[in-house]
Design a protein around this ligand. Structure first.
Ligand code: T4K
Length: 368
């Protein structure tokens, strides 16, 4: 049996480079609660991402839940069914009703033209996802939010380092939430962050992630424990030293796939994000009706060869038992999302993926 090829493989810097960080933690005895590595990682990420304020978290999901708490979001929130389940779960955990709206068939992000029809007097916010790290139509979404006095929280779990003409994509909306999970472009094993627009918001969020504690005797809010440990922060600092080469390699994989798949009938690559702005987080292809076999048949065919692409995001969030009873979850309301969920296959993409492995994957796809 050939070596398995998974959809991703976390980049791990040389182990010996992590030892000095561990020694420092051991010597200081500071393991968590905003220690020196935590502070250093915040500073380094602000610089790298080109943002002013960042609050680190134990994972992206708790960051999303806290972001909604920080803005006191209630009632209904318009969101995409075409995402990882955590997006909608973060609403559920806040007692907020998710309202699903359809995606644009080309970007697979929320279609701004559909959002307006989903607004009711109970709507308080929009929770879009920069799916696969591809930017949402941020201007159109902000326009709708301004017109209806809604807040915008971006689930930017896939969008680490993504830029647009004006700078970091993460500056848009009221808050943006990142994930640093092992499967992400930049990882701290587990981790996440909220990009905050100002120091006041960061202070509020920093308190919320630390039980609402202001000082030894003062608790100002019903916070949670969402803190990132020193271990994870140190991993982040080490990973940041390698982010440039990680992105370069991912870019090479992206280019190779596009080149090798461009003439395969029935296989459509999602439109590329402008070179210097992209993070090459995922490589989704759409298996269209004129391909020789169905998406699922191709998925199993590759699996038989020990190649493990993923059907992100199938099933849709709106199809899971927790959410399928909502009126907005009806497939007739979400035709583009339903279509994408049945066509998309995310091909393996990660820094160590070898040219030969790309050849094998694309040859199977092209010759089927
Ligand atoms: N919002 C969005 C839009 C998200 O995509 C996510 C997470 C979140 C919010 C929440 O952020 P976090 O709370 O997770 O920080 C994975 C991840 O667990 C999840 O973080 C991610 N999105 C989602 C898209 O993918 P699975 O169930 O696909 O993971 P798993 O364990 O099947 O891993 C996929 C492949 O990666 C494996 O086949 C092998 C490889 N792998 C994975 C892990 C964990 C490794 O080689 N090493 C590893 O340690 O969910």
């Amino acid at each position: 049996m050939k070596k398995p090829i998974y959809v991703t493989k976390p980049y791990l810097p040389p182990l010996e480079e992590f030892i000095p960080y561990l020694q420092e933690i051991w010597e200081s005895g500071v393991l968590t609660n905003g220690g020196p590595f935590h502070k250093q990682l915040e500073e380094a990420l602000c610089k790298y991402l080109g943002v002013e304020h960042i609050a680190l978290f134990a994972n992206g999901t708790i960051a999303l839940i806290t972001a909604l708490q920080a803005l006191r979001i209630t009632g209904e929130v318009i969101t995409t069914p075409y995402s990882f389940i955590a997006t909608t779960h973060s609403l559920h955990w806040n007692g907020i009703k998710p309202v699903f709206s359809d995606v644009d068939p080309d970007t697979l992000n929320l279609d701004p033209e559909k959002i307006e029809a989903a607004i009711t007097p109970q709507t308080t916010a929009i929770l879009p996802v920069h799916c696969y790290g591809h930017p949402c139509d941020v201007d159109a979404i902000q326009q709708i939010a301004d017109n209806y006095n809604l807040r915008v929280i971006y689930d930017a779990a896939h969008a680490f380092g993504v830029q647009d003409e004006g700078g970091s994509l993460l500056r848009h909306g009221d808050l943006s939430v990142l994930s640093f999970h092992a499967t992400k472009v930049f990882n701290t094993f587990e981790g996440g962050a909220i990009i905050c627009p100002d120091a006041k918001t960061k202070l509020l969020i920093d308190r919320l992630k630390n039980f609402g504690i202001e000082d030894e005797t003062t608790v100002v809010a019903a916070g949670i424990n969402g803190k990132m440990s020193e271990f994870n922060a140190a991993l982040g600092l080490l990973q940041l030293n390698y982010i440039k080469q990680v992105l370069e390699h991912r870019k090479m994989v992206d280019i190779a796939y596009r080149e090798r798949l461009k003439d395969v009938k029935g296989i459509r690559c999602l439109q590329a994000v402008k070179g210097e702005f992209s993070n090459y987080a995922y490589f989704p292809i759409l298996v269209e009706g004129d391909y020789s076999i169905s998406r699922d048949e191709l998925y199993y065919l590759l699996k038989d060869e020990n190649i493990h692409p993923r059907r992100y995001f199938y099933p849709l969030i709106s199809e899971f038992p927790t959410y399928r009873g909502l009126s907005s979850a009806h497939p007739d309301n979400l035709p583009n999302a339903v279509d994408a969920a049945h066509k998309v296959l995310c091909l393996p993409i990660y820094p160590e993926l070898e040219a030969e492995q790309i050849d094998t994957i694309t040859q199977i796809i092209a010759s089927t």
